[in-house]
Design a protein around this ligand. Structure first.
Ligand code: ADP
Ligand code: MG
Length: 696
């Protein structure tokens, strides 16, 4: 195994330094091992040979056996093509080449038998195959049966590295290895009836049968998911067994006075329930590590505040971290208003806090006179030292992975309790994988009196009506968001659309002030524009998705989303959550061009039919697949899965988690000899060495 890992791919026959560099750049393949783990995404079946006379309808790529009857060249210059008339005895077909004509003409002759592989299409009522793979009957033996089709990039294809080439390289490696050291302990393999590693690798590239292919996939998916679970669960064990935690068993004046005198409204049942769950954690004697999921507008901030007050009642400080300066400022304003009368000292720390203020904050933090610190990432920088930090709230930080959270444990002598809050609904399988180390609380109820946002799908030809609606809202003194997609690959084009949209809106509504913001702006300018809108100095905000998290402007009642088909459902749901925050009836309008595919329409109709974030997230995961997760969910998945699919492999995830739990229950530190494989793999995969001495 190590030999496979350590041997540079450049030494494989037919690769060499130039192609090795290309493979590394394009696919991250550096070693023999990496190539073996570059799995096919598709398979072609060369176990049967077709007859030309049986062709009909839409044909898959198939195999033929026969002879060329003639070759002719047609066209001139760049449009020259070579046509070979091919017969298998049952009929004839035209084989067409547009490139490398001279070489092809030299390589193949009439009268000899060849095996062709390609996809026949019907053109001018004649079947033809363009650029097929061609073997002689003897060389074709090597490619018989089912074999993999590999994911490649355009660049690789242009440089002649086709799926077939990859296939051959993989076969060369496989034919030279007799064994491969197992990456799973025998007990795990037996418990889950898994295929051995070498068998799995062989069958994933060249399945001996569809059934063995399934078994190979299961084994490799399981392994991938199992190590993720093992890694995550180890963090949990470490937290529960090795590190102590604050015991907040006291409820005192801060909490009680606030609860009895300052609470601006009755808590919802769901808010009360999650506060109870969090309280139970905070006095368990262990450090809390909890995820609070609640749809946009469900009132997470108030829950966080009440829990922070419990921390203060137990003589510790609390800290709240938000992803952006705007959000941090909004939290600061809300919270300092709420607790003004009970003598809680709250301060805001962000990248733009002046030195003098910053020094004062540092001083107050260290002497303990500052109770609650709110801010951006600045609050957890190393130079920020607390007197006694007991509770950290992390709001909407999807990129904050398990390793980063674990680092917070060191912020204090006794590790502070950690509450992670998110409005992005996370399907269960994803939560188990990305947030698998966290306990979960869910707020599944909105505060009373909220009117659900009315959502409609509209097309370009209805734009005038949409503008009329916006005009009416503006006249009533309401504010409006207009959102455009801005996607990296399309950045230039998207920015132009956004600018044109902005101009169009200014022309259409000349009486109103329009603010304008996108992610490419300087932060200070962005803040300025957002503030214009937040303080109602602007009536309309034309923006990209930068507004999607957390912004709270209750007077905004309409959200118009342009090119809605280009957003993920979860993203649309987040955007929609920006309206419906006040008393007025709110609207979300999804605009698309007039003609959209029926699948797109179905997807968007999920938005018009439900406001349930969890349903939407599940649908999104199923329809778009996890490949798009990062873009759609902004979950910043710290995972790059090779073969498992979070949307469809729920059962395997569960199996992997159960197995990992069982092993860790018996051997929490993986110190038994039979588990040494596990430690090795964790080290290889997550590049981590757990230093148990430091924490016990
Ligand atoms: P989110 O969960 O999206 O962070 P917020 O905490 O910002 O939601 O709350 C959204 C709005 O609902 C705020 O204006 C807040 O004051 C209000 N709110 C929170 N809890 C309640 C409640 N129990 N009853 C009425 N309004 C509430
Ligand atoms: Mg919030």
């Amino acid at each position: 195994m190590n030999r496979l890992r350590d041997t540079n791919i450049m030494y494989l026959k037919g690769v060499g330094p130039a192609r090795a560099e290309l493979l590394d750049k394009q696919l991250g393949i550096k070693s023999f091992f990496d190539l073996l783990f570059h799995f096919p995404t598709n398979y072609i079946d060369r176990s049967t040979t077709y007859r030309i006379k049986d062709f009909s309808g839409e044909m898959p790529a198939i195999q033929l056996k026969g002879r060329f009857i003639s070759f002719t060249t047609q066209g001139e210059g760049a449009r020259t093509r070579l046509i070979g008339l091919f017969s298998d005895g049952s009929g004839t077909i035209e084989v067409v080449w547009f490139q490398k004509i001279k070489q092809i003409r030299k390589a193949y002759s009439t009268g000899f038998e060849y095996v062709l592989f390609g996809k026949p299409t019907l053109f001018n009522n004649r079947w033809n195959i363009v650029h097929p793979e061609i073997d002689t009957p003897s060389s074709a033996i090597a490619t018989q049966g089912i074999r993999g089709v590999y994911p490649l990039t355009e660049t690789l294809r242009n440089r002649g590295i086709t799926s077939r080439v990859i296939f051959n390289w993989v076969q060369t490696i496989l034919s030279n290895i007799k064994e491969i050291s197992e990456t799973l302990p025998q007990s795990v393999i037996e418990r889950n009836h898994l295929m051995g590693l070498l068998d799995a690798i062989k069958n994933i590239h060249t399945p001996q049968s569809p059934d063995l292919l399934q078994k190979a996939k299961l084994r490799l998916k399981f392994e991938e998911l199992f190590y993720i679970q093992l890694n995550i669960l180890q963090y949990t064990i470490r937290r529960l067994s090795a590190i102590g935690g604050f015991n907040f068993n006291h409820i005192g004046d801060y909490f009680n006075t606030f609860y009895n005198q300052c609470l601006p409204f009755e808590l919802t049942g769901a808010q009360k329930r999650v506060i109870k769950e969090i309280r139970a954690d905070m006095r368990s004697g262990h450090q809390m590590n909890r995820l609070l999921q609640g749809d946009v507008g469900s009132g997470k901030t108030l829950v966080a505040l009440l829990c922070m007050l419990i921390a203060l009642d137990n003589n510790t400080q609390a800290c709240l971290m938000a992803p952006t300066e705007i959000l941090a400022t909004q939290h600061f304003e809300t919270i300092s208003n709420l607790v003004q009368s009970i003598g809680v000292n709250v301060k805001l720390l962000t990248g733009s806090t002046r030195k003098k203020e910053r020094d004062e904050i540092h001083r107050q933090l260290e002497d303990g006179s500052l109770h609650i610190l709110i801010g951006t990432h600045a609050v957890i920088e190393d130079n920020v030292k607390f007197h006694n930090l007991g509770f950290i709230v992390i709001d909407e930080q999807h990129r904050f992975g398990v390793a980063q959270r674990a680092r917070l444990w060191n912020k204090n002598h006794t590790p502070p309790h950690v509450l992670v809050m998110t409005a992005t609904p996370i399907p269960r399988t994803l939560a188990m994988t990305v947030y698998g180390d966290l306990d979960v609380s869910i707020i599944d109820e909105l505060p009373p009196g909220r009117k659900p946002v009315t959502t409609a799908l509209r097309f370009d030809n209805q734009r005038l009506d949409v503008y009329k609606h916006i005009g009416r809202q503006l006249k009533e003194g309401r504010q409006v968001y207009i959102v455009y997609p801005l996607i990296q690959e399309n950045e230039k084009l998207d920015l132009r659309c956004l600018e044109e949209g902005y101009e169009l809106i200014r022309e259409t509504f000349p009486m109103y002030k329009v603010a304008y913001v996108h992610g490419k702006m300087k932060p200070s300018e962005k803040d300025h524009q957002m503030t214009l809108f937040a303080t109602h100095k602007a009536d309309i905000l034309v923006a990209t998705t930068v507004i999607e998290v957390g912004v709270n402007v209750p007077n905004a009642t309409t959200m118009l989303i342009e090119n809605a088909e280009r957003f993920g459902l979860s993203q649309l749901h987040q955007l929609r959550g920006r309206v419906g925050r006040g008393e007025g009836q709110s609207y979300c309008i999804l605009m698309t061009k007039h003609q959209i595919a029926s699948e797109t329409r179905k997807r968007l109709e999920i938005m018009t039919s439900t406001t349930d974030g969890f349903l939407i997230a599940e649908a999104d995961l199923k329809m778009r697949g996890p490949g798009d997760l990062e873009g759609t969910m902004q979950s910043g998945l710290p995972l790059n899965l090779r073969i498992a699919n979070i949307a469809t492999d729920g059962q395997i995830i569960q199996l992997a988690r159960d197995t990992a739990e069982e092993i860790l229950k018996e051997d929490p530190q993986l110190s038994l000899p039979q588990n040494s494989i596990l430690l090795n793999q964790l080290k290889l995969l997550f590049n981590k060495v757990i230093d148990w001495s430091r924490i016990s």
